[in-house]
Write a protein that binds this ligand. Structure first.
Ligand code: ZN
Length: 111
């Protein structure tokens, strides 16, 4: 007792829970955006605890600064300029830029 088994399974489950939490965040939104934000916060905590990365497509769905669950056209303004996507969180005004088309995969340091 006491010693928890740390295996690949735990991380796999953590990843699945993150995906589920984001799906739930989407269901809460927009009627209960606080619930959405809480799901995001929980997902981030799980990711941190298990040292797993939040899947790339989900990383665009929340704001790293204020933790808001982001929905394009609602609290996320998305503009495309010269082949680049400029996404602005309308809660804290943080901007993020992505490249369009090309999948840049420069930030993987997964163990
Ligand atoms: Zn924000």
């Amino acid at each position: 007792m006491g010693r928890r088994q740390v295996s690949g399974d735990a991380r796999k489950i953590a990843r699945e829970r993150i995906v589920i939490l984001f799906a739930r965040a989407g269901q809460f939104f927009p009627s209960y955006s606080e619930g959405s934000d809480r799901c995001v916060a929980l997902a981030r905590r799980i990711a941190m605890r298990h040292r797993v990365r939040i899947p790339r497509h989900l990383r665009r769905r929340y704001c790293r600064r204020c933790g808001a669950f982001l929905v394009p056209g609602v609290n996320l303004r998305v503009r495309i300029r010269r082949g680049k996507v400029v996404a602005t969180c309308l809660r804290c005004r943080r901007q993020r830029r992505y490249c369009l088309g090309r999948r840049s995969n420069g930030q993987t340091h997964d163990t």
